[in-house]
Design a protein around this ligand. Structure first.
Ligand SMILES: C[S@@+](CC[C@H](N)C(=O)[O-])C[C@H]1O[C@@H](n2cnc3c(N)ncnc32)[C@H](O)[C@@H]1O
Length: 211
């Protein structure tokens, strides 16, 4: 999705078109786990779509992102939605999660950010998520993943390839669907509560729990 982030003002429209409007449904399902008053951390909050949905459930949400332009849009949307009491936004990368207090969040969530992390960041982030979640706390992820069946792998790659080329030409960066996300989550010491995959097997909604 990096191609859209190179023009943050067009990100929200672009992502809706690219995901055929299905991202909203996925985010609604994920945020249905959030309860009023809970403390929530949104990793790679971008323009704040997931952050705002969680705050609308009367949760106290901290959104972090490395892209200040995406955060500027999130700030404007927060004000427009009258949610400044519930939302804090910080220019901060997942590499800085070490500054968060242990067992301080009820929920850590992330939409389309894990697929933009390096391998080292991904491993570190999941380890830190386990540390900062309260016992029984939830990890909610919606993201692109690599399908497990060969046929779906090839099909998914054929669909993604032209987009990856265009993305690279414009941004000189790329994102890669996450491999074995449920296993990685378990390896970090979290339990898998539920998994929902789309028909192509390339988009996951995952709910994990800290035992
Ligand atoms: C595809 S966007 C998704 C944004 C938002 N979560 C949404 O669903 O609309 C991915 C976001 O992750 C952010 N990101 C990428 N790497 C990051 C990192 N290492 N730490 C924090 N945020 C990061 C990007 O800046 C971008 O805003």
């Amino acid at each position: 999705m990096k191609i859209l982030e190179s023009a943050p003002s067009r990100y929200d429209k672009g992502i809706r078109i690219l995901t055929l409007g299905r991202l909203d449904d996925a985010y609604n399902r994920l945020t249905s786990y959030i309860k009023s008053g809970q403390k929530v951390l949104d990793l790679g909050c971008g323009t704040g779509t997931l952050t705002i949905k969680a705050a609308q459930k009367s949760a106290k949400v901290k959104g972090i992102d490395v892209n200040w332009q995406m955060l500027e849009i999130a700030r404007k949307r927060t004000i427009k939605a009258n949610l400044t009491e519930n939302i804090e936004l910080y220019e901060m990368g997942v590499a800085e999660l070490g500054s968060e207090e242990s067992e301080s969040y009820d929920v850590v969530m992330s939409g389309l950010c894990f697929s933009e992390l390096t391998e080292n960041e991904l491993v570190y982030t999941l380890k830190e998520v386990r540390r900062i979640l309260k016992p029984d706390g939830l990890l909610l992820i919606a993201d692109e993943v690599r399908p497990t069946s060969i046929f779906k792998k090839v099909l998914s790659w054929l669909i993604r390839f032209p987009l990856l080329i265009i993305t690279y030409l414009i941004t000189q960066t790329t994102s890669s669907a996450v491999n074995n996300l449920p296993t990685r989550v378990e390896e970090a010491g979290l339990l898998i509560e539920s998994i929902r995959l789309n028909k192509m097997g390339n988009f996951i909604e995952l709910v994990g729990r800290k035992a």
